[in-house]
Write a protein that binds this ligand. Structure first.
Ligand code: XLS
Ligand code: NI
Ligand code: NI
Length: 439
């Protein structure tokens, strides 16, 4: 079999030697951090779509990268297999243990559902063989319910019952493929599950139908032995003007309203958080306090741009705060860090792709190291404990234990005017984090 990335060697960890860009500087897979190897903390995954399909097209021009992998794309099955070969070669060279996929990424859709399903069966046989040989696993699968024009008005939220039925059929197949490949997760990203204008939209019906499709998917998946996690991937806009799964809190409300909260967790994407005017950290914390922290789409946006730029992550502060949330949530179980990221349109070579992953993996490895340092240092946790100390005894404990209501609290306050809360000391804490980060 030919090599697709001859210029990329197996990427070693070289630690302190910073001069070789084709090496990891911070990611040392087997090094133990807080009792666990780095690779188990981070559980890196390759996104099939950006890595093997996306060629960098935008609204103003076609792609600049060549992802034909030496095969004519019209020969769709040969091309699908070449993509799989290239993907496994890259994952092996980078030491990435997982991948994520949409049905439509792994082989081109045909004109009929029956033929599409046949193609999917053939390509997943091929992928499964490669998984068995390499030990690389599937982190999660999902269904592309947004590219084809039939889904212009949504899939589960389409105004057409026929389209809903077709979407359900595609979800059924995508779940079967995820189970076949041993995936431990299934993602619902509401691609076009939203609206442009309420003038033509029955929001109540659309929301209840979205819940109906999820309930059908969960029940079917469990009936065929899927033991992994379901995730909603919130995003506020793009492609819809207003997407129903706007952010983690909105998605939690939807899940509670429709009785799905015990069945679905969150796959949180950094760039989606910032599009929702939240920090990545905010979305992660909201998920963990609601008991729905699941998995992560690791990328980074550009705060000056209002769309999902899906850049490979390089922001060490963001990665550190992310890993702090992951560590505090007890780490990943079925989830991981999926690089839902692509190289810039001007970085069009296959070598650039490898650099995207190396930088992204090293950024999160450094983030993990720094987050562990912040935890081991202990001053941040101690400060937060001290700030909330009044809840541990006296009137605070009485409120927590349900012993004091409004009457008792009035009596208490009539006797004692409160002191100001202690200083929030944000500036001190920010400086302290800098010192922990940079020594
Ligand atoms: C798009 C989403 C998408 C999901 C999978 O913005 O990030 O790529 O991760 O459907
Ligand atoms: Ni994503
Ligand atoms: Ni995205």
């Amino acid at each position: 079999m030919s090599e697709f990335f001859p210029q990329i060697p197996v990427i070693p960890y070289k630690g302190d030697c910073a001069c070789d860009p084709l090496s990891f500087h911070y990611y040392n897979p087997d090094e133990i951090i807080l009792g666990k190897p780095m690779k188990d903390h981070l559980r890196f995954a390759m996104a099939w779509w950006h890595t093997l399909c996306a060629e960098g097209s935008d609204m103003f021009g076609p792609g600049t990268a060549d992802k034909s992998f030496g095969v004519c794309k019209n020969d769709f099955m040969a091309h699908a297999k070449a993509k799989a070969d290239a993907g496994f070669e890259l994952m092996q060279k980078l030491g990435i243990g997982y991948f994520c996929f949409h049905d439509a990424d792994i082989v081109d859709e045909a004109d009929t559902l029956a033929e599409t399903n046949r193609r999917l069966d053939e390509i997943t046989d091929y992928i499964k063989e490669k998984m068995d040989k390499t030990g690389i696993k599937c982190l999660w699968g999902t269904c592309n319910l947004f590219s084809h024009k039939r889904f212009m008005g949504g899939a589960g939220t389409s105004p057409s019952a026929d389209i809903f039925a077709y979407a359900a059929a595609k979800v059924k197949k995508a779940i079967e493929l995820t189970v076949k490949l041993g995936g431990t997760g299934y993602v619902f990203w509401g691609g076009r599950e939203g609206y442009e204008t309420l003038l033509n939209t029955d929001m109540g019906l659309e929301l209840s139908n979205m819940a109906r499709l999820m309930r059908m998917a969960i029940d079917y998946a469990r009936s065929i032995g899927f033991a992994g996690d379901f995730y909603i991937e919130p995003k506020p806009k793009e492609p819809s003007k207003h997407q129903y799964d706007t952010d983690v809190a909105t998605a939690c409300n939807f899940l509670r309203a429709y009785g799905l909260i015990d069945d679905v967790k969150m796959n949180i994407e950094s760039n989606h958080a910032t599009l929702a005017a939240h920090t990545f950290q905010h979305e992660l914390r909201t998920a963990s306090v609601n008991g729905v922290f699941g998995s992560i789409d690791a990328n980074q946006g550009d705060l000056l741009l209002g769309w999902d730029t899906d850049q490979f992550p390089s922001d060490v502060f963001d990665a550190t705060y992310c890993m702090l949330e992951v560590l505090k949530a007890g780490g990943f179980t079925n989830g991981g860090l999926n690089f839902d990221a692509k190289t810039r349109r001007m970085s069009y070579t296959l070598e650039d792709l490898a650099h995207g992953f190396i930088t992204g993996m090293d950024t999160f490895a450094l983030g993990l190291r720094k987050a562990a340092k912040i935890i081991e240092d202990g001053r941040l946790d101690a400060f937060v404990d001290e700030r909330y100390a009044s809840w541990k005894s006296g009137i605070g404990a009485d409120i927590m234990d349900g012993k004091a209501g409004l009457k008792e609290l009035e009596a208490y306050s009539l006797k004692k005017e409160p002191d100001l809360p202690m200083s929030g000391k944000q500036e001190l804490l920010e400086g302290m984090i800098n010192r922990i980060m940079f020594g």
